[in-house]
Design a protein around this ligand. Structure first.
Ligand code: KG4
Length: 340
């Protein structure tokens, strides 16, 4: 008999549902919330309201595209945290209600584990090589910048992480300073393709070990811009692409330097990247260059699996289902947590 897992993700501003059959993805529906663009960032109350509106049609569509009836589901996997509490509660409550009514197991998934295991999402007929354990994963998103040693589906060790801002957060804030839209990551990425990454130099942190820091870069970017604007009030307009390219190059350099260090220290050549910032073309190119130069076998996710999606929650749920790791109906959502 086949195993069907419904995955539900509602940790931030994307409502998503996906169906996995025996480890293969059948559907992955994501409803993004444009309402936050006007505010230059996610407004938690608006996010939870939008999740409330979206959750039923999104789950309905995921089941429809998968071509299955809800009674065929084997279990429901949901993002338990970390994330915005109001957003999480919508997905968590919905998952619990549905699992209870169908009398099937409930599986809690850590959102960060989901990002890492997104590398195991397979689509029938489009199978790709999967990472072999142990591998390294650079997890870079709006809230996290971590180097993770992935030992198995359910054993991961954080080797290094940001001590202040995350890489995506720093890019978004610098983009805001430049008066660009939200989220800044994709806009900076697009502009950077037309600019010279060597035009400007911004400060890089000197943090021991494998940890990161991005708050100094943000300050350096802000102060440099302030000085340049004194000389030329239209400085940003005149140098938009070069600023974006130089900012992106600095972030990528900082990320890759520690990742190289980790790969050397742990003698690992299988290296993956995950999270929203892994959509960045500069970072993807740096991964390809490292594969050439250091003989790394690299794993770069499809664009649709970089940002928040329920396919990664469903695949993580599938692995937990196989090892019978279920969660009680009274398991609360958690807003803050690291891996596991
Ligand atoms: O993983 P994610 O969707 O959400 C969480 O933070 O959990 O990541 C969002 C982050 C934002 O900071 C966004 O600006 C960044 O990913 N991002 C990018 C790109 N696409 C999204 N950053 C750089 N280049 C991109 N193409």
């Amino acid at each position: 008999m086949s195993t069907f897992i419904l995955g539900i993700e509602s940790s931030c501003d994307d409502t998503s549902a996906a169906v996995i059959k025996d480890g293969y993805l059948l559907s992955n529906i994501v409803a993004s919330q444009a309402v936050h663009e006007a505010y230059g960032g996610v407004v938690p109350e608006l996010a939870s309201r939008a999740h409330q509106q979206n959750i039923v049609p999104v789950v309905h569509e995921a089941l429809k595209r998968a071509g299955i009836n809800k009674n065929e589901l084997s279990a429901i996997a949901f993002t338990r945290g970390p994330g915005l509490m109001g957003s999480l509660l919508v997905g968590v409550s919905f998952a619990k209600g549905l699992a209870l009514s169908l009398n099937i197991p409930l599986i809690d998934v850590n959102h960060l584990t989901g990002h890492v295991l997104a590398h195991f999402i397979q689509v029938k007929g489009e199978e790709n090589e999967l990472p072999a354990f142990p591998f390294l994963c650079l997890l870079v998103s709006g809230g996290n910048s971590q180097i993770i040693l992935v030992k198995s589906y359910n054993e991961m060790e954080i080797l290094g992480q940001t001590i202040d801002d995350a890489a995506g957060e720093a890019i978004d804030k610098c983009s805001k300073v430049m008066g660009l839209g939200y989220p800044g990551g994709p806009i900076i990425d697009k502009l950077a393709r037309q600019g010279n990454p060597k035009s400007f130099t911004f400060s890089k942190p000197h943090i021991p070990g494998l940890d990161y820091s991005f708050s100094g870069l943000k300050t350096s970017f802000l102060y440099s811009l302030r000085d340049w604007i004194k000389e030329d009030p239209d400085f940003i307009e005149h140098h938009k692409a070069d600023l974006a390219a130089s900012l992106e190059a600095t972030v990528v350099d900082i990320l890759m330097e520690k990742l190289r260090k980790a790969a050397k220290q742990y003698n690992i050549k299988e290296v993956a990247v995950a999270g929203g910032v892994s959509a960045n073309n500069g970072l993807r190119n740096a991964f390809r260059e490292h594969a050439q130069k250091y003989g790394w076998k690299i794993f770069i996710p499809k664009f649709s699996y970089t940002t928040d999606n329920a396919a990664m929650i469903a695949i993580t749920g599938y692995f937990k289902y196989l090892s019978k790791e279920f969660c009680p109906i009274d398991a609360p959502a958690y807003s803050r947590v690291t891996l596991q």
